[in-house]
Design a binder for this molecule. Structure first.
Ligand SMILES: [Fe+2]
Ligand SMILES: [Fe+2]
Length: 288
């Protein structure tokens, strides 16, 4: 039996009118970021809601069994953004026929208050098929994908006070839990193990990459059947981990004007067939 899985990321829904509260704007990180956003980013993601609607339209034409989402729904982690954005994302994830799994991005956990807001507004997404594997951070989360595959989500996003630092880190607790999960016979025996997190699985860029990627890669070393999914970088690409046959897929951004993308996977037995989704003539289509 085949499975269809769609992976998308980095929707960055526009800040809704009235979402700015003075106390939130004068946060030392947000003040500079707001100027940066107004100057550079806002125009590129202005139509993010249209792109999310476009994904919903695509899913009615090409239904999938599972949706996997790797974070950055918001921009500044303002409570008004959570209130408007969380229901829209969750309505989209509910369109998968059998289930969904999601992790936050650094723009969802923008300040220290972001963790509590994320837990409050995205609570339905924090459910695991193996809750006993969760650490006090709330991750890793497990979703069985039929009988032959599984998805495991761990969190690499964290609040950082300096506005120039958007680096990520996998908490040590989650690394240990991930190792134990990958050693479990009922997981190791699966034909496909999708590991998903917001940050790329490498250290590229001290202030933009995953600080403890080497520790993460040590946990993954020598394991077969892995497929690695991430977002954060707003352009889609795929490559193999160095010296391995493990594929890595970056979904890019669903909504970045001119670069809209996602990955669409068909699983047949041991084969994973990956195609890219593009935005063409105001709708999402699959690349030939
Ligand atoms: Fe992003
Ligand atoms: Fe990000």
């Amino acid at each position: 039996m085949s499975l269809r899985i769609l992976h998308f990321s980095d929707v960055h829904l526009p800040v809704p009118p009235g979402a700015y509260r003075l106390t939130e704007i004068f946060h030392p990180k947000r003040g500079v970021a707001l100027i940066n956003f107004a100057l550079r980013r806002a125009a590129k993601y202005r139509d993010a809601q249209q792109k999310l609607n476009g994904l919903r339209d695509f899913l009615t034409r090409e239904p999938v069994d599972y949706l996997l989402y790797t974070g950055d729904t918001l921009n500044f982690g303002l409570e008004g953004e959570f209130m408007a954005g969380a229901p829209r994302l969750m309505e989209t994830l509910a369109l998968a026929r059998r289930g969904a799994l999601a992790v936050p991005g650094n723009h969802d956990l923008y300040t220290h208050g972001g963790r509590a807001l994320h837990r409050k507004y995205f609570a339905p997404l924090l459910r695991s098929d193996l809750p006993e594997a969760c650490t006090p951070t709330g991750f890793p989360l497990v979703r069985w994908l039929g009988d032959d595959a599984v998805a495991i989500a761990f969190n690499s996003a964290r609040p950082r006070l300096p506005f120039w630092d958007s680096s990520g880190r996998v908490p040590a607790l989650e690394l240990d839990a991930l190792e134990q999960l990958l050693d479990m016979p009922e997981i190791a025996a699966r034909r496909h193990i999708f590991l998903m997190t917001h940050y790329p699985f490498d250290e590229a860029g001290y202030f933009h990459g995953l600080r403890n990627s080497r520790a993460l890669l040590r946990v993954l070393q020598g394991r077969e059947n892995l497929v690695l999914l991430h977002g954060h970088n707003h352009r889609p690409y795929t490559h193999f981990l160095p010296d391995s046959a493990t594929p890595v897929y970056c979904a890019g951004s669903l909504s970045k004007a001119g670069g809209e993308s996602f990955w669409f996977f068909d699983l047949f037995g041991t084969t994973v067939n990956a195609r890219r989704g593009h935005w063409r003539n105001a709708r999402f289509v699959l690349a030939e």
